[in-house]
Ligand binder design. Structure first.
Ligand SMILES: [Fe+2]
Length: 213
């Protein structure tokens, strides 16, 4: 088993922290889309920033799994993941350009992503397919749940943005189905059922894989 432990939180520096985070921040322009109050349109566009970060994080994580999966199921999983990487990269571009269209400058730097994200870095290194797939199932659940929340929030402000998000959720849920299809036993039970952390999901994935083999 090659599962690594979750990344350690960085040790606290004794240096005084700056009161404002360094690096680029969203800038507001003078407009938003026609028919939407500028304040409301820009407020929604700013909420898209976390979706941009989440999708950037997701395509990097999928590529990491593509490189580090091993074992007898290697080739199927390795090849399944690349089209997902490409599709998620395309989603990032759509979100960033929608933000700009709505009058807010998107931030696409890695430092801003790491500073803003509320989730831990993906912990799995060289590992069997069941481990990566169980971890990715939870990663997808997190991204999809947050996308769905913004689908609900955007309904009143801007149905066009809502439509973009709905289209992305449709694709993300299909990709999660691809992942989950490797984790289902003959009775229809999903190996990651009830798991709330990636480590827990990975352990359940390994146990289920052993019971099948
Ligand atoms: Fe590759």
């Amino acid at each position: 088993m090659a599962t690594s432990k979750p990344a350690k939180k960085p040790t606290k520096s004794t240096a005084k922290k700056p009161t404002t985070p360094a690096g680029p921040r969203n800038e507001k322009l003078s407009y938003t889309v026609p028919g939407v109050p500028v304040k409301d349109g820009q407020a929604l566009a700013q909420k898209l920033q976390m979706r941009l970060h989440a999708l950037n994080d997701l395509h990097l994580t999928l590529k990491h799994a593509h490189w580090n999966v091993v074992g007898p199921k290697f080739i199927g999983v390795h090849e399944m993941l690349d089209p997902q990487v490409e599709a998620v990269r395309a989603m990032v571009d759509v979100i960033a350009e929608r933000m700009r269209t709505m009058g807010v400058a998107p931030v696409g730097t890695p430092g801003a992503l790491v500073q803003a994200r509320s989730w831990e870095d993906y912990p799995v290194m060289t590992a069997q397919a069941a481990e990566h797939l169980a971890a990715l199932d939870l990663v997808y659940s997190g991204v999809i749940e947050d996308h769905r929340s913004l689908v609900d929030e955007s309904e009143q402000v801007d149905p066009i943005t809502q439509d973009i998000l709905i289209g992305q959720v449709t694709e993300l849920e299909k990709f999660q189905w691809f992942v989950r299809s490797h984790l289902i036993d003959d009775s229809g039970k999903l190996a990651t059922d009830g798991a709330t952390t990636i480590d827990q999901a990975v352990k359940q994935g390994i146990a289920a894989d052993r019971s099948v083999d």
